[in-house]
Design a protein around this ligand. Structure first.
Ligand SMILES: NC(=O)c1ccc[n+]([C@@H]2O[C@H](COP(=O)([O-])OP(=O)(O)OC[C@H]3O[C@@H](n4cnc5c(N)ncnc54)[C@H](O)[C@@H]3O)[C@@H](O)[C@H]2O)c1
Length: 399
């Protein structure tokens, strides 16, 4: 198995592949299209982060590629549909950095409630402003979580441990954890809580979903956090609410327009305001999260390659792979009627006994695993490859 990792992926991923005898090349920087085609020739597994684009042209030039690991959360940099059509599974790490985001949100809630950035700035400027006015404990305060998903729920649990009362609003029906209270509307949440924190996903409908109308409903003196997506919040409306004193602080980690690279200039209407914490989209950026992403995605790629497991793939049908000791045939095909019958026709004709079989489909692709005791002959594999809708056939030796 040959593996190419680009963009400085965590060494734990390299170790994970090497442990199963893979030959790994790890490159620190991102690659452009031509470089990627050249460097990834003959590679079975490709690991990237957010700055390397895997286009249809790249995929067409890499016929040996079995799977791509996005060692990050987003997968916009990959032509996922083209990968599906070419039988290349894509995996990412949707949960590895949730804890990091939650810890930053908590740190900011405490920092703003105690006005720490103002006190710190004063001290560095030589001002000894010892006063309790406007400084509060978070204990007993009401936290309003908008978006009760992976991050929202974890924040809910930790905030309750700090003694906060948690209320949440989610467009989906979510099970409340601990003593958290679900509210039926966003409006009812906004008017009750001392802190509003957004953890909604990036669906199109969330564009500009939090603007002046929503800020107006927040309690005077409330705090606002956005660590979800930049485009969900109207930054100018937020600035006006902070300037007028209606809101007493804000912590923003994500922006409608973010600079491309480290060291680039950043401009925002929220700059220079007191009790406003601005961070460069680092909610999920910790060494722990990077390590977990390395471990998690490498594990998914290994399980797919060695056992055919598609669990948590973002473009393949998700099939649980049962324990099996002998041989597994993996058949990836265009999702059209009759393919399973055609596969079984080939196996029956060649007198191959099936121990177990599972089919899953997703969009235009179908995925069949067939467990057999004896190794298939070359004729069997070739006949499966020749079926008109076959995209790829793999034979895995298990046990
Ligand atoms: N700042 C960072 O570095 C960083 C890191 C990781 C994730 N994120 C972002 O955090 C957000 C949350 O991540 P997650 O893993 O918890 O996502 P998730 O998909 O698990 O949860 C999102 C929740 O928001 C709900 N939702 C969507 N639109 C809503 C709306 N308009 N009103 C109320 N609820 C709504 C969904 O039903 C879902 O329960 C995402 O936007 C993600 O991109 C940011």
């Amino acid at each position: 198995m040959r593996v190419l990792l680009v963009e400085n992926i965590h060494p734990d991923a390299v170790a994970s592949f090497e442990a199963v005898g893979a030959e790994v090349v790890s490159i620190e920087r991102a690659l452009d299209e031509d470089e990627l085609i050249e460097q990834a020739a003959g590679v079975h597994l490709l690991g990237i982060r957010s700055k390397t684009n895997v286009t249809d042209r790249v995929l067409a030039e890499l016929p040996d590629l079995l799977a791509i690991g996005a060692f990050c959360i987003g997968t916009n940099q990959i032509d996922v549909a083209a990968a599906q059509g070419r039988g290349v599974a894509v995996f990412n790490a949707p949960f590895s950095n949730t804890r990091s985001v939650v810890e930053l949100a908590l740190a900011e809630i405490i920092a703003m409630t105690r006005r720490l950035t103002e006190k710190d700035r004063g001290m560095h400027a030589g001002v000894w402003d010892k006063s309790a006015t406007g400084l509060h404990e978070v204990r007993g305060r009401k936290l309003g979580i908008v978006g009760y998903g992976n991050i929202g729920t974890q924040l809910s649990v930790l905030a309750e441990n700090l003694g906060m009362e948690v209320l949440f609003f989610d467009t989906a029906d979510r099970l409340p954890l601990g003593n958290a209270k679900p509210l039926p509307t966003l409006e009812s949440l906004l008017s009750q809580v001392d802190v509003v924190t957004l953890h909604v996903d990036g669906r199109k409908g969330n564009q500009d979903f939090f603007g002046d109308e929503q800020f107006a409903l927040m309690k005077p003196g409330a705090l606002f956090l956005n660590l979800s997506r930049g485009f969900v919040v109207d930054q100018e409306a937020l600035r006006r609410r902070l300037e007028s004193g209606h809101l007493s602080g804000a912590a923003i980690d994500v922006f409608p327009e973010e600079p491309k690279g480290r060291g680039d200039t950043f401009v925002s209407p929220l700059q220079g305001m007191p009790n406003v914490i601005l961070t460069p989209h680092i909610g999920g950026s910790t060494e722990e999260a990077q390590q977990d992403i390395g471990r998690f995605v490498a594990g998914k790629l290994r399980d797919y390659t060695l056992h055919g497991s598609t669990s948590l793939s973002i473009n393949f049908p998700q099939l649980a792979t049962p324990e099996h000791e002998a041989t597994r045939l993996v058949h990836i095909h265009r999702n059209t009627p009759g393919v399973l019958a055609a596969i079984n026709g080939v196996l029956a004709e060649e007198k191959v006994n099936i121990d177990g079989q599972a089919l899953g489909t997703r969009g235009d692709v179908g995925y069949v695993i067939t467990d057999i005791t004896a190794r298939p002959t070359e004729q069997v594999v070739e006949a499966l490859k020749r079926l008109p809708d076959t995209i790829r056939v793999r034979e895995l030796k298990l046990g």
